[in-house]
Ligand binder design. Structure first.
Ligand code: SF4
Length: 189
């Protein structure tokens, strides 16, 4: 007998969308509305029996809970890219098998602004060196800009998808577009 909970739809999400513990400590103000809307989005998938695949967090894996916030340039190293590729490998294997068995992968949801998981936006800047002895620290920190490109982890995912000819939309979530993304999935689930 067919399992009625198995609707053969799957969404792939970046790790911290359902585990904020993995994120860099944020000493600023938490945007409560955004946090609530993220829960609403996840509940939309749960309530419609969409399977959720949570990708691993590459930054937590490499640098742990007490890492500083970084810019993309600091993660753009051969080792970090290799680690991202290795972390993605088993998930891409699963995705290929789901596709082969006629599951519908609705998309990948990345986290805009992240140096790793950003899709359309990531953070860029000339950050380096010993913080405690940097007399120009505030100038260096203010070199931070948001640029319209993907983070390192998502770049590696895009590259694997291209090589394997996997066609799945990758959407970058942020506080500006979450309502739009919610509506998009609400109308397609
Ligand atoms: S690396 Fe990705 S999953 Fe990890 S905290 Fe940053 S955005 Fe979230």
């Amino acid at each position: 007998m067919e399992n009625l909970n198995k609707n053969k739809k799957i969404i792939i999400i970046c790790h911290c969308l359902i585990n904020t513990n993995s994120k860099v400590y944020n000493f600023g103000i938490v945007k409560e509305d955004f946090e609530q809307r993220k829960k609403d989005l996840i509940n939309l998938f749960i309530n419609n029996n969409v399977g959720i695949i949570q990708l691993p967090c590459p930054e937590l894996t490499c640098y742990g809970c007490n890492r500083w916030g970084h810019v993309k340039e600091q993660f753009d190293t051969p080792h970090f890219r290799k680690t991202c590729k290795n972390l993605l490998e088993t998930y891409v294997d699963q995705i290929e098998d789901y596709i082969k068995n006629d599951f519908s992968i609705l998309g990948v949801i990345g986290i805009n602004g992240s140096p790793s998981c950003g899709v359309d936006k990531t953070c860029s800047g000339k950050w380096y060196g010993e913080l405690s002895s940097n007399e120009n620290l505030s100038n260096m920190l203010s070199s931070l800009t948001v640029v319209n490109e993907a983070g390192v982890f998502i770049e590696e995912l895009i590259s694997i998808f291209e090589i394997k000819n996997i066609k799945i939309p990758i959407l970058g979530l942020d506080s500006m577009n979450i309502n739009e993304i919610f509506k998009l999935f609400e109308s397609t689930i």
